[in-house]
Ligand binder design. Structure first.
Ligand SMILES: N[C@@H](CCC(=O)N[C@@H](CS)C(=O)NCC(=O)O)C(=O)O
Length: 214
């Protein structure tokens, strides 16, 4: 089996989703971490012209955009299947993945999680005004995701899918700050997150574990 090379910045929840998927598939991979800022270098931009992380390389095939990467890995490594066969469950998976990228990351991740979790870790300035301004919409967004999950154990139904692997790293980071803990407190997403945290793929890819290995 060919080794998948994963390039990205340690701490990125998108990159963590890729690593988790590879681990769930028991697929060989090599993480090649890049330093913050390097994702804007000409060498990196040649692989990802939008200058974001992660990027994978598999047998010379270069691919960016996390959803595309997860779906590619699910196709080349069919077991365990991480896409439901039932059309409605598959639709829930797709829906959750877009909710992650369009709402959770943009409305909560960028203004709240970056300032509360990422900035202090990397020594960047914390924009308190941005956090305060984002919170009302962030809380409404969180409530919407909780309503979406409803009483299903996983995003798409009874089994873990790509949607859970994409969203769990974002939720796990949110849980590191007080604002996130208040949103999660006692709710369905907290129970789901605990379920996800019990998976070896999640335990193996924490920021600390990846940083220690890098
Ligand atoms: N749509 C992209 C989003 C990736 C993304 O935004 N990654 C963040 C890190 S979590 C990034 O590269 N940030 C660097 C920057 O914006 O300069 C994907 O799904 O891969």
């Amino acid at each position: 089996m060919s080794v998948t090379i994963v390039r990205g910045i340690v701490g990125s929840p998108f990159m963590r989703a890729v690593l988790m998927t590879l681990i769930e598939k028991n697929a060989p991979y090599r993480l090649e971490p890049i330093a913050p800022g390097q994702h804007k270098s000409p060498e990196y931009l040649a692989k990802h012209p939008f200058g974001r992380v992660p990027v994978i390389e598999h047998d010379g095939f270069v691919l960016y955009e996390t959803q595309a990467i997860l779906r590619y890995l699910d196709r080349i490594y069919p077991t365990p299947a991480l896409t439901p066969t039932d059309p409605r469950a598959a639709a829930r998976m797709d829906q959750a993945m877009n909710i992650n990228d369009w709402y959770l990351f943009r409305i909560i991740g960028i203004p709240v999680v970056f300032n509360r979790v990422v900035a202090p870790r990397i020594g960047a300035p914390v924009n308190e005004a941005a956090v305060a301004a984002a919170l009302p919409e962030a809380q409404a967004c969180f409530a919407g995701i909780e309503a979406f999950l409803s009483d299903r154990p996983y995003m798409a139904g009874d089994a873990v899918s790509l949607a859970d692997l994409l969203m769990a790293p974002h939720a796990d980071m949110l849980a590191e700050c007080a604002e996130g803990q208040a949103m999660l407190a006692g709710g369905r997403l907290a129970t789901w997150l605990e379920r996800m945290r019990a998976r070896p793929s999640m335990a193996a890819t924490t920021w600390d574990r990846l940083a220690a290995a890098a």
